[in-house]
Design a protein around this ligand. Structure first.
Ligand code: DUT
Ligand code: MG
Length: 152
């Protein structure tokens, strides 16, 4: 594990009194993030859930918003844009998009852990336009070209 990277966080008025996102265990990759609102999601419904804070991510990093597997497995609650991308220059409220893929209404209470945030390094690409690309054994094969299922 590399050393933690400082990320500035500003609580918004409706975020006061909520715990900050935190790693549930020493080796956790993601910090569980809490809902700042109570909301019910009907089957098929989407909502951008308030977290009550905004961040200033250092240059060279992003935050990814990922689903929690327990919510996905037990209730079909997931992140439709996973991994959500929080850009380093974004200063608005961090929101968690959720969708209910289950068949029952799911109630979220203020303070519930709804998703997880992963701080990740970013490398920007600089295009180098060329007329021809180098050959490889794969070539243009893709989308199952090497065979299906487990056998190679
Ligand atoms: O799950 C998410 C995804 C995005 N955002 C915020 C932070 C991000 O920096 C900004 C833009 O996100 P994205 O680039 O994914 O959305 P877009 O549809 O391309 O909008 P934009 O034109 O604002 O970039 O919205 C969130 O709060 N939660
Ligand atoms: Mg964008």
């Amino acid at each position: 594990m590399t050393d933690p990277v400082g990320v500035r966080l500003k609580r918004l008025p409706h975020g006061h009194g909520l715990d900050l996102p935190r790693y549930a265990t020493d080796g956790a990759a993601g910090m569980d993030v809490l809902s700042a609102e109570a909301v019910s999601l009907k089957p098929g419904q989407r909502h951008a859930v308030a977290t009550g804070f905004a961040v200033a991510i250092p240059d060279g990093y992003e935050i990814q918003v990922r689903p929690r597997s327990g919510l996905a497995f037990k209730h079909g609650i997931t992140v439709p844009n996973t991994p959500g991308t929080i850009d380093s220059d974004y200063r608005g409220e961090l929101k968690v998009l959720l969708i209910n893929h289950g068949d029952e209404t799911f109630a979220i209470e203020r303070g519930d852990r709804i998703a997880q945030l992963v701080l990740a390094p970013v490398t920007q690409a600089a295009w180098e336009e060329v007329d021809e690309l180098d050959d490889t054994s794969r070539g243009e094969g893709g989308f199952g070209s090497t065979g299906g299922h487990a056998k190679l």
